[in-house]
Design a protein. Structure first.
Ligand code: FAD
Length: 464
């Protein structure tokens, strides 16, 4: 096989890599994208999308069971049952539609897709093992987008009943008992879904709180709902390993004797780390930032014309960050002046209730020496939340006390993930409290809680 010459070689076809390739292709660059597994990467195949499909199905099932039990608004549902195999088929069909869409978009952008494992030989040359043999690609620019992988616990290696989020998204059946090690967003999203599917779920977390990256005020409604769902949450607790018969997880809570948590599956969700090994990156002269590839504001690495984006470059490991970086890198390579200088990257936990944060939390702002004003509007005073029977939670806005520039917005509540767009826009546009207060928010919507929170921060609350 003769070598392939490319303007841009993209290693990895996840949200970072495929967006780079599509954008670069549309800008007229000759692009080769190498993907070892499936187009769409973690996000489309074993991450964001399949997890949200399962979360939705689980919520629908829990809702149906609640109607069968109490019919709060008169809807009678009798003996709802769930065909889990069908749920998985439905989830897989969504994944198939999206990954098929990515393939079509790449084709339209005239991107050459090489299916196979890529190993960088130097900063311009890559060896790809395809089904039909080894292919060498030589490129002017290389974009590294190899993503991330789940972190394993040495005391609880993956295999058999010990699973990562990947296996948890395709279990052959709903486990009777599920132990979730790690109460970050991935562990809680999946743990909550399985609790709603009917599993008896125990969550084990070494830190003092679930969702340790979020402040206590935001986490409280999520903790309350877990309790309501019968999920046992053990904080300040360490997973020691499986019992000798493999049927239980031995855990230790500070100051107490070890205890056994019997379960059929043990989901280890203690974090993800950049996928550094396996792609020949160690042969390159890349400066590292901890366990991630170091990049500047243009996503340039320490090597000329070698770029890195997405989870490979560390936190926050989110699909929308990877995509934004990918588009910027493509445009930079095409000669445009761009940089990644966003004010904020929204983060959403699709827990129950959902949680969304953009910008700073009050303590973070104060730690930076800022004097702030805060407004918090509870969803129980929002008409739309009442009609949705989703009154738990609130919207919180913080702004600089001197000029009212909004510094951070957060919400917890059912369906608040959709407010992430309005929150992000406000921060990116440099909105002040007065800008949001002066914007007409449609009635009845959850967005009115955002409006009201800013009114409260201005001392002009209306509906409370
Ligand atoms: P990836 O999506 O990991 O893609 C990297 C690709 O590179 C993979 O397809 C891999 O096969 C390929 N690759 C790696 N090495 C090679 C090689 N040597 N040769 C060829 N190909 C290679 N993020 C959100 O924003 N919202 C969410 O709701 C969300 N939910 C999540 C739920 C779960 C369960 C998980 C696990 C993750 C979730 N994420 C979510 C995170 C999100 O999936 C990642 O941030 C995102 O996929 C990162 O994109 P990426 O392009 O950097 O890497």
């Amino acid at each position: 096989m003769s070598d392939i010459l490319a303007g841009v070689l993209v290693v990895g076809g996840g949200p970072g890599g495929y967006v780079t390739a599509i954008r670069a292709g549309r800008l007229g660059l000759a692009v080769v994208l190498v993907e070892a597994m499936a187009l769409g990467g973690t996000c489309l195949n074993i991450g964001c999308i399949p997890s949200k499909a399962l979360i939705h199905a689980a919520e629908a099932y829990a809702h149906a069971r609640e109607q069968a039990h109490s019919a709060p608004f008169g809807l009678k549902v009798e003996h709802p049952t769930l065909d889990f195999a069908r749920t998985l088929e439905w989830k897989d069909a969504i994944v198939g539609r999206l990954t098929g869409g990515v393939a079509a978009l790449l084709k339209r952008g005239k991107v050459k897709i090489l299916r196979g494992h890529a190993t960088m030989l130097d900063g311009k040359t890559c060896r790809v093992e395809t089904d039909t043999g080894v292919q060498i690609v030589r490129a002017e620019h290389v974009v590294l987008a190899t993503g991330s992988e789940p972190v394993a616990l040495p005391s609880l290696p993956f295999g058999g009943p010990v699973i990562s989020s990947t296996e948890a998204l395709s279990l052959p059946e709903i486990p009777k008992r599920l132990a979730v090690i790690g109460a970050g967003y991935i562990g809680l999203e999946l743990g909550t879904a399985y609790a709603k599917f009917g599993a008896q779920v125990t969550v084990i977390e070494t830190r003092d709180s679930i969702l340790p990256l979020y402040d206590a005020e935001l986490v409280r409604p999520v903790a309350a709902r877990l309790k309501e769902l019968g999920v046992e949450v053990l904080t300040a607790t360490r997973a020691l390993g499986l019992s000798q018969d493999g049927a239980a997880l031995m855990v230790e809570q500070a100051g107490s004797a070890p205890r056994a948590i019997a379960a059929d599956r043990f989901l280890v969700a203690v974090g993800r780390r950049p996928r550094i090994s396996g792609a020949g990156l160690e042969r390159l002269d890349l400066t590292m930032n901890g366990n991630a590839v170091a990049i500047d504001a243009r996503c340039a690495t320490s090597m000329r014309n070698v770029w890195a984006i997405g989870d490979l470059t560390g936190e926050p490991m989110l699909a929308h960050r990877a995509m934004a970086q990918g588009a910027i890198v493509a445009e930079l390579i095409a000669g445009q002046r761009r940089s990644f200088d966003n004010v904020a990257i929204p983060a959403v936990c699709f827990t129950d209730p959902e949680l969304v944060t953009v910008g700073l939390a009050p303590e973070q702002a104060r730690a930076m020496g800022r004097e702030v004003v805060t407004g918090m509007f509870p969803l129980r005073a929002n008409g739309r939340a009442m009609t949705l029977r989703a009154e738990q939670g609130f919207v919180r806005v913080i702004a600089r006390a001197d000029n009212h520039l909004v510094l951070g917005i957060a919400a917890v509540g059912a369906g608040v993930s959709e407010l992430a767009a309005a929150f992000g826009l406000a921060l990116e546009m440099g909105a002040t409290l007065e800008d949001i207060a002066g914007t007409i928010h449609a009635h009845p919507t959850l967005g009115e809680a955002f409006h009201e929170a800013t009114l409260l921060a201005l001392g002009q609350g209306l509906h409370i």
